[in-house]
Design a binder for this molecule. Sequence first.
Ligand code: C5P
Length: 229
Amino acid sequence: MHDPRIIVALDVSTEHDLRELVKKIPNTQCRAKIGKELFTSVGPLAIEICHDAGFEVFLDLKFHDIPNTCAKAVRAAARWGVWMTNVHCSGGTDMMRSAREILEGEDHRPRLIGVTVLTSLSEMGLQELGVSRDLESQVDHLAHLAHTCGLDGVVCSAQETPRLRQSFGSEFCLVTPGIRPRWAASDDQTRIVTPTDAIADGSDYLVIGRPITAAECPEDAVARIVDEI
Ligand code: C5P
């Protein structure tokens, strides 16, 4: 089966903007990511709009709650038919296991992945939260917990993929944001990696937003990225 490696971050906040945006993106080469801004603004209709436009959906709501609530949210996502969804690993192993187990009873099972340490957090930010490990070790630790709980993979920065790929093998799904082709502006992303390097380092899926969505011709931008990888 064709497995597009590009996940386009649809960071808009109205139904109108979403409908306009999905028209410009080739659904054969990309999947769609719905994040908190879009979902909170437009609701599950956003999923329906993406599905109707022929996209598989990564519902990026980063659930983090007591195990029962988190699992039921993950189940609700499954029932919307999404391709992938995620939880925060720092919600704990009971939470991750509950989320994975509830999917066993479902006809449709989205890939369930974990968020380790938000890439916006610095070493100091981690310490402030009472985490004494350094950032890399904390990422490794949380990825290990996700793997142990049977999650399908993690979201991580492209800089972390070689290490995580080596630790967890080829079946563990690595999803990486912060991707910038050489020809695109870096925007507010700092630790950026090109699509080619991200794939070479072991990323399975590349989350790319503005280089595609803000391009004059999103279809050309996608074609250039696909060529590159
Ligand atoms: O436009 P851009 O390519 O920077 O968009 C990247 C997308 O990935 C955004 O939706 C952003 O919220 C998300 N993301 C990120 N860095 C993370 C996790 C998610 O940029 N560490």
